[in-house]
Design a protein around this ligand. Structure first.
Ligand code: HEM
Length: 407
């Protein structure tokens, strides 16, 4: 048992970040973890919290740590009827985010092949048009960044890119939010109502895949279907399940990034001073490091191993706190550091290693275009909120509302 295992203080638990209304400032928590326990057993969430840079990169690049974390959740078993549960489990377990080894490599090649800058090129003009449209308001009142642009734009971009039917966008958004409730957070939970919604969503997605296979077009889904054709293990159910994951990945992290970035631009809540610039646009890399929209990623140890002097037992869960690593690096004014032969990324907001976000290019494109559009409309941007309320998602926090005005 390592040193981290004895510390059972609640203020060092991930629970200290949970609050429905006002997300507490996480930075004290990150500072204390960095100082006292870069690898820390959190007895309240029953997870190891890893916040040291070297230790985080070790976990994210070592095969000992599996991404098949959902299947280990006791909470999942506690709340759902077993029949629904086993189907939902089986289908979610096929998604890129939750598979390892060869199955992951095969699937990743297909999804990465769809999210290349070349394929995404046509979306650039579409994102600019949407950003102009969504920031075009003339009623003179405050502008709610979350409702007007941070929430709707990433969903629409992902759904249009994939070629999903526009008439179904509202239903798909609701289903996708339920899916995200299941898979994010440090302790996924699922109730019967959410499970049956997921079953409808899965059925819808399989029908859509079959229909698109019969009538392909140039959209992202058609590209995935044709790339998956003939690849063993990738049947229509698997493609459908990954479609669900891709839509969610495309629109669930970006709202917190966009809204958190505007907060930094209005008056840096991180305390790091004015946001950097790249030409005329806000520096999205600087903002990603400051905001760290996806605070942590989960893994499960498949064998007992040692990280930072602590023994992690087989079957134990590990949360790598990307946000804490980025925060410590910013604090140390650290830039690229050599790791083995590679240069470490300046931030790990998109993760690290085999599962590093393949949507990073699209996310940064959205950031550059949206944040520039907001600046153009609000050259003297000012916050019109006394206090920021957060949505309660401890992993992907987003303000409930973020009103800004000019001057
Ligand atoms: C600011 C926005 C975004 C952030 C911060 C972000 C963050 C991340 C992180 C941290 C991971 C790694 C998960 C892990 O290691 O378990 C990830 C994976 C992934 N992301 Fe993103 N993401 C963003 C936007 C997007 C977009 C726009 C898309 C696609 C349309 C996308 C698609 C994916 C996919 C498919 C994976 C799974 C990769 C794999 O497991 O191999 N993401 N993302």
């Amino acid at each position: 048992m390592g040193n981290g295992m004895v510390a059972a203080e609640r203020s060092l638990s991930l629970y200290s970040l949970i609050s429905r209304k006002n997300t507490p400032d996480p930075h004290n928590f990150y500072d204390r973890l960095a100082r006292e326990a870069p690898v820390h057993w959190d007895p309240y969430t029953r997870c190891w919290l890893v916040s040291g840079r070297a230790e985080a990169l070790q976990v994210l690049s070592d095969d000992v740590f599996s991404s098949g974390r959902l299947l280990h959740s006791d909470a999942l078993h506690a709340h759902t009827s077993l029949a629904d549960l086993s189907t939902v489990h089986k289908e979610i377990g096929k998604q890129l985010l939750f598979v390892d080894g060869d199955a992951h490599a095969k699937l990743r090649k297909i999804i990465q092949g769809v999210l290349t800058p070349r394929r995404l090129q046509p979306m650039k003009a579409r994102i600019s048009a949407l950003a102009d449209d969504l920031t075009d308001f003339s009623d003179g009142g405050p502008f709610d960044v979350v409702e007007r642009i941070a929430q709707p734009l990433p969903f629409r971009v992902a759904a249009e890119f994939l070629g999903l039917p526009e008439d179904d966008f509202d239903t798909l958004k609701a289903w996708s939010d339920s899916y995200t409730d299941i898979v994010t957070g440090f302790e996924p939970t699922i109730g019967s109502a959410v499970a049956s919604q997921m079953l409808s969503y899965l059925e819808y997605a399989v029908d859509l895949v079959r229909a698109r296979r019969r009538r392909p077009s140039g959209d992202g889904l058609s590209l995935i279907i044709s790339a998956a054709d003939g690849v063993s293990g990738l049947d229509d159910h698997s493609v459908a399940s990954n479609l669900i994951m891709l839509l969610a990945a495309g629109h669930q992290t970006a709202p917190g990034f966009l809204a958190g970035s505007v907060l930094e631009m209005v008056g840096p809540s991180s305390g790091f001073g004015p946001v950097g610039r790249v030409g005329a646009a806000p520096d999205v890399e600087d903002l990603l490091a400051r905001v760290s929209p996806s605070r942590f990623v989960g893994r499960t140890a498949v064998r007992s191993t040692s990280v930072g002097g602590c023994v992690i037992e087989e079957g134990q869960s590990v949360l790598v706190l990307l946000a804490a690593v980025n925060w410590s690096d910013l604090r140390r004014q650290r830039r690229a550091v050599p790791v083995g032969q590679d240069r470490a990324p300046a931030h790990i907001a998109f993760g690290y290693g085999r599962h590093r976000c393949p949507g990073a290019y699209l996310a940064k494109l959205e950031g550059e275009i949206v944040l520039s559009a907001v600046e153009r409309r609000f050259p003297d941007m000012r916050l019109a909120e006394e206090e920021i309320s957060w949505d309660g998602n401890v992993n992907l926090p987003c303000p409930v509302r973020l009103n800004i005005t000019n001057g």
